[in-house]
Design a protein around this ligand. Structure first.
Ligand code: F6R
Length: 602
């Protein structure tokens, strides 16, 4: 949660800081702020609201500063007020700090510092950081030593960047929250995520937990958690700056929905052989001894995990999707024969990382199915499988769900092939053949979808229900999550057979029931009929010649392909429905209220 950016170099800092914040706003948009070091000391501008509000404040500022930090916030400690916005300064305004994460022992530290006469003005945990640094400066430490002492006093998770009066360096630290360094000749950028500086450089260096850094315009010094000078590998990212722009689209969400033909192609590239019907994920790890699979994830990624678990079970591989936030209370103890798969777009979701660590500690083998190269999950797991969907900026996940589900589909067939008792789907050949047509089929859905018209037909209803069975249940749940996230309307996704066990009491003529049915499940058709009998309008999301068509009042058609593909196409229809419904309701589509894309607190 929260986005941080820092710049030091030979060019003016304000511009890249503001651009960086705009690119990071998906991580939080409650308040924003910037601090730069000028000849006379530190200048800090911050306010509640979005980066656009901050921009109005600094519009007329002329600054030659070449060193600064910035922050966009998703509130945890204290409401989104001007006072609680970052950067926070010490009480003598010598140190400014931005922080992503949680300082767990901040109350103890605050009490101690208050007793020593340091004054606090915000409700945040972050404010202890600049005051601690100040405390150590006051005791004769040089800036780097003062920063290192302060960091060693902190418990919790953090990525921190600071500027200190009198020093030409940025001091930064990483522990459990992402921080990546961008390197351009004589200019350095530190950020929570690569898109923040992708317009300037694609040369990056990923930091490790426990790293402390001093970044100057002439170089970087990294000190690892043992206190030794460390070298980290310099890498090139293969994301293009244009991928983080909205281009001709009104919203990132719509752009990312439309990007799916391309992103799916990248996900699938080189991972299967259509002619031989074979899957090759190029894994180094030996998974042949796996007896059961736990897929841990949150939100949309959890729905992709459900999709994967459903396929694995169909193939005789015992699998369970587990909500990562419930892992410690509901997963039981994994064994050495358990494979734990963390499914996470960002690779930084705290609940998912905690579950992954627990599983590893119990002896499980692990994989991370993630979009972000070198993310925490990618490093924590025994091996990452990258979904290669490209950057996703819209807070509502769209293209990454499709890429996760496709990756897990390939993985399920691979595991079924190599493990005892597993057997790939007997339709594998058809599946592989249809996967190679999936991008074209998505394009067809995007070109012909009736979702925009339908969004107007069912505007302002009392609630929206989505039902499906098996793979269709994960799509129903994802359809409902997307709908509620961006429209703020009440939506629920159910296993279709569950409707009659309670939710049917909510069904009226004001509750459209979106019925996702692409295979020969007669049961879902019956469940739709049960809802129709109670007056609910039925919208069938199905191939044109499916039997459910006759029960339905309206339709969102998908090409008739292997069920795995048709279900993913059904999901694309529901993404469009959510998007256009939210447009009609004039919602903040790319930044829904109260949400943030990457949730790095439990
Ligand atoms: C919904 C959404 C969230 C995320 C969830 C997990 O559109 O984006 O529900 O899916 O916060 O995030 P990752 O996948 O980054 O672990």
């Amino acid at each position: 949660m929260c986005g941080i950016i820092a710049h030091v170099g030979d060019r003016e800092a304000l511009d890249p800081l503001v651009t960086g914040l705009e690119k990071l706003e998906y991580r939080g948009y409650d308040s924003a702020g910037i601090a730069v070091k000028n000849g006379h000391g530190l200048d800090v501008w911050k306010c509640s609201g979005q980066v656009s509000d901050l921009k109005r404040t600094i519009d007329t500022v002329e600054s030659n500063a070449t060193l600064g930090i910035g922050h966009t916030r998703w509130s945890t400690h204290g409401p989104p007020t001007d006072e609680n916005a970052h950067p926070h300064t010490d009480d003598s305004d010598r140190v400014a700090a931005v922080h992503n994460g949680i300082i767990e022992n901040y109350e103890t530290l605050k009490e101690k510092l208050s007793e020593d006469g340091y004054e606090f003005t915000s409700d945040t945990d972050t404010e202890v950081i600049p005051n601690l640094i100040s405390y150590y400066l006051d005791r004769g430490n040089e800036p780097l030593a003062a920063f290192e002492h302060a960091v060693s006093d902190l418990d919790g998770s953090y990525a921190i960047a600071t500027v200190i009066e009198g020093s030409d360096s940025i001091f930064a630290a990483r522990q459990g929250s992402p921080l990546v360094l961008g390197l351009e000749e004589d200019n350095y950028y530190l950020a929570s995520d690569v898109p923040a500086f992708l317009g300037q450089t694609d040369t990056v260096l990923y930091l490790d937990d426990g790293d402390v850094l001093e970044v100057r315009s002439d170089g970087v010094e990294i000190i690892d958690e043992e206190g030794h000078l460390a070298q980290r590998e310099v890498e090139q990212v293969d994301w293009q700056p244009g991928e983080t722009e909205k281009a001709q689209f009104d919203h990132y969400m719509l752009k990312e929905i439309h990007n799916q033909p391309e992103s799916l192609q990248k996900t699938l590239e080189g991972r299967f052989d259509r002619d031989r019907g074979e899957i090759d994920l190029d894994l180094e790890i030996d998974l042949s001894g796996v007896e059961s699979v736990q897929l841990v994830a949150c939100g949309t990624s959890y729905h992709a995990a459900m999709f994967g678990a459903s396929l694995l079970n169909q193939c005789g591989v015992s699998a369970r999707a587990i909500r990562a936030s419930e892992y410690d209370v509901s997963a039981g103890t994994p064994s050495e024969e358990t494979l734990c798969i963390a499914v996470t777009q960002s690779g930084e979701t705290a609940d998912t990382l905690t579950a992954l660590k627990r599983a590893k500690k119990a002896g499980a083998t692990s994989l991370a199915v993630t979009n972000v190269v070198q993310s925490s999950a990618a490093r924590e797991a025994d091996e990452p499988i990258y979904i290669r969907a490209g950057p996703e900026i819209g807070v509502a996940a769209t293209k990454t769900f499709s890429s996760q589900a496709v990756t897990l589909t390939l993985l399920s067939q691979y595991l079924a092939e190599i493990t005892d008792g597993g057997e790939p789907l007997d339709t594998l050949e058809e599946l592989v053949s249809d996967l190679s047509e999936l991008s074209d089929a998505v394009e067809q859905v995007l070109q012909t979808s009736g979702a925009e018209r339908l969004s107007r037909t069912y505007l302002n209803e009392k609630a929206y229900f989505f039902i499906g069975r098996g793979l269709g249940c994960s799509v129903a749940k994802e359809g409902a999550l997307k709908f509620k996230e961006v429209t703020y309307e009440h939506a629920e996704g159910f296993a279709s057979g569950e409707l009659k066990h309670g939710p049917l009491a909510l069904v009226t003529e004001r509750t459209p029931v979106f019925t996702i049915c692409v295979d020969d499940s007669q049961k879902t058709v019956t469940n739709a009929e049960e809802a129709k009998t109670r007056g609910a309008p039925i919208v069938a999301v199905c191939p044109p010649d499916h039997e459910v068509v006759d029960t339905a009042d309206e339709h969102l058609y998908v090409p008739d392909m292997h069920p795995v593909c048709s279900y993913l196409l059904a999901n694309v229809q529901l993404q469009l429905l959510s998007y256009y419904s939210a447009t009609e309701l004039d919602r903040a589509i790319d930044k829904p209220r109260n949400l943030a894309k990457s949730v790095t607190v439990e």
